[in-house]
Structures are given as C-alpha cells and as structure tokens.
Design a protein around this ligand. Structure first.
Ligand code: BJW
Length: 231
C-alpha cells in the first residue's frame, strides 16, 4: 500500500485572527499600551510577575471565548488525503478544538501552567487562571506554559524533523519574524509543494519556491484545500 503523503502546516497568529484573537504585530497588537516584549520576557516576569499574569489571564479568557474558524477546519478536512502535522506558534487550542489530530505547540499552551522550579512539571489549568501565590506541588510559583523571548524552544527539533519529511508544506498567518520558528522553512525538502497564505505578502515574496496566496486564511485555505483534495 502507498504511504500517505505528509502535510506540515506552520501556523501563526493570523490563522486565529478571524476567530477574534489579535495578532502580535498588527496595528492593534498592543495590550494596555505595553509592547509584547514588555510582557513576554523572563525579565518582565522577574520585574513584575503580577502584570505578566494579568496579561495572560486576559489572553486566556479571550481564547476560551473564541471558536475555531474555517481555516482551522480546512486543515482537519485535509486529513482525508494527508497525514497533517500542525506546527503552531499559537498558544491557543483552536486547532485541537477544530479536530486536528497532530498539533505541536512551538511556543507553549496558554491553558496550561508550569512550575518555575521544574519546567517539566506542566499542569492543565481547566477553567482556572494563575495568580501570585498559586504554587506547583514542589512549592514554587506557577507561571504560564509559554515560551518567552530569550527562552529556548524545546519542540523545535521535533518540528524540524517533521518539516524535513513534508510532501506539502503550508505557511499560514505568520509574519515569519520570530526565530527559530521562521527558520523551519529551510528544513523543507525542495521536492515538496509549498504555499504561503497571508493577506500581506510582501510584493517581492520572501520565500523561494513558495506559491504565495494573498488573502485571509478563512477564505484562502478552504479554497486551497478543496483544490488539493481534488488533484
Ligand atoms: C493573517 C490574517 C488572516 C493577519 N489570515 N494571515 C535580537 C534580539 C533579541 C532576540 C533575538 C534577536 N534576534 C533573534 C532573536 C531571538 C528571538 C527572535 O526571534 N526575536 C525576533 C523578534 C527578532 N527568538 C527567541 O527569543 C526564541 N528563543 C530563542 O531564540 O532561544 C534561543 C535559546 C537557546 C538556548 C537557550 C536559551 C535561548 C523564543 C521566541 C518566543 C516567541 N514567543 C512569542 C510569545 C509566546 C507567548 C504568547 O503568545 O504570549 O510567540 S512572541 C510572538 O511572536 C508569539 C508568536 O508565536 C510569535 C510569532 O508571531 P506570529 O504568529 O508570526 O504573529 P504576527 O503578529 O507577527 O504575524 C501575524 C501575521 O498574520 C501577519 O503577517 C498578518 O499579515 C497575518 N494575518 N490576519 C492569514 N486573516
């Protein structure tokens, strides 16, 4: 029997924009006047953990209120023909809630907390938030299970291995400015079919060998998936 073909989709904040979740670098990519770098760093956590927790508690409420959109669902439809591995930079759970079976979170998951003493101690939050004084079983403060600037990206090795196996590689809704995630495109084999969906693709295009589709993921991705399922 022929092996199923492998699709790897690298997704970013833009795929969740039509679910009402803000992107980072858009015109309203600010939170209470803070730049992302002011609240998503280990330095911010050391300086003012209460503000950082408040930022993530607010974001968590937004995620809980959001619903997957047509782009998340199109990636589920693609599983009819491909083994689809989603490598997401997003910390929301919209791919999982849409029904995608293989989701790798490069930058963590907002619905989980982790110990500040043992990073392997990760705790699902259920319906809860995190507050100062909330402790892990080892007795240390809980923090959001996310990857801040300057922190290592532990899932990167697995993501690179997946990208190297891709027959079809999709880049959806990311500005590709944050590394090492943006470097994933360099692992994709030359033989793979490659598409980049984003309403603001620079006119010259930045990714050699990629078919650029300039449009919102909620419209462009279902259309692309329809074509891929017909081929
Ligand atoms: C649509 C759409 C629609 C709109 N449809 N599209 C110089 C100085 C300091 C650091 C560095 C430096 N150079 C490199 C670095 C490293 C740094 C980095 O890359 N910085 C750059 C900003 C310069 N990287 C790191 O620090 C990483 N770690 C690291 O390198 O570790 C090394 C190490 C090794 C060993 C020991 C120690 C260290 C970690 C990066 C972590 C990133 N974390 C964040 C926050 C996560 C938690 C949270 O969510 O709060 O991840 S930052 C933020 O950016 C978030 C995102 O996942 C990430 C990427 O953003 P994304 O998804 O691309 O969003 P946007 O807003 O940028 O783009 C959205 C796109 O959607 C736009 O293009 C729109 O057009 C489009 N769009 N509507 C489709 N409807």
């Amino acid at each position: 029997m022929k092996a199923r073909r492998i699709c790897v989709a690298l997704t970013g904040a833009g795929i969740s924009a039509e679910s009402g979740l803000r992107t980072f670098r858009g015109p309203d990519g600010l939170w209470e006047g803070h730049r992302l770098e002011e609240v998503a760093t280990p330095e911010a956590w050391a300086r003012d953990p209460e503000t950082v927790l408040r930022f993530y508690n607010w974001r968590r409420a937004e995620v809980r209120a959001a619903e997957p959109n047509a782009a998340h669902r199109a990636l589920v439809d693609l599983e009819a023909r491909y083994t689809v591995h989603i490598v997401t930079q997003n910390i929301d759970d919209l791919h999982e809630r849409a029904g995608s079976r293989h989701v790798l979170h490069l930058h963590g998951e907002i619905l989980k907390a982790r110990s500040t003493r043992d990073p392997a101690l990760v705790i699902p939050l259920g319906g809860r938030d995190i507050h100062l004084g909330d402790r892990c079983p080892l007795g240390s403060q809980l923090r959001p299970h996310v990857v801040w600037f300057g922190e290592p990206v532990p899932a990167m090795a697995e993501a690179a291995e997946l990208a190297a196996q891709a027959d079809l590689f999709l880049v959806i809704g990311t500005s590709l400015v944050v590394y090492p995630a943006a470097g994933l495109v360099d692992w994709v084999p030359a033989r793979a079919a490659k598409y980049w969906i984003n309403p603001d693709i620079p006119p010259q295009g930045r990714l050699p060998g990629f078919h650029c589709i300039a449009g919102p993921a909620g419209a462009a991705l279902p259309e692309l998936v329809r074509r891929l399922l017909q081929d």
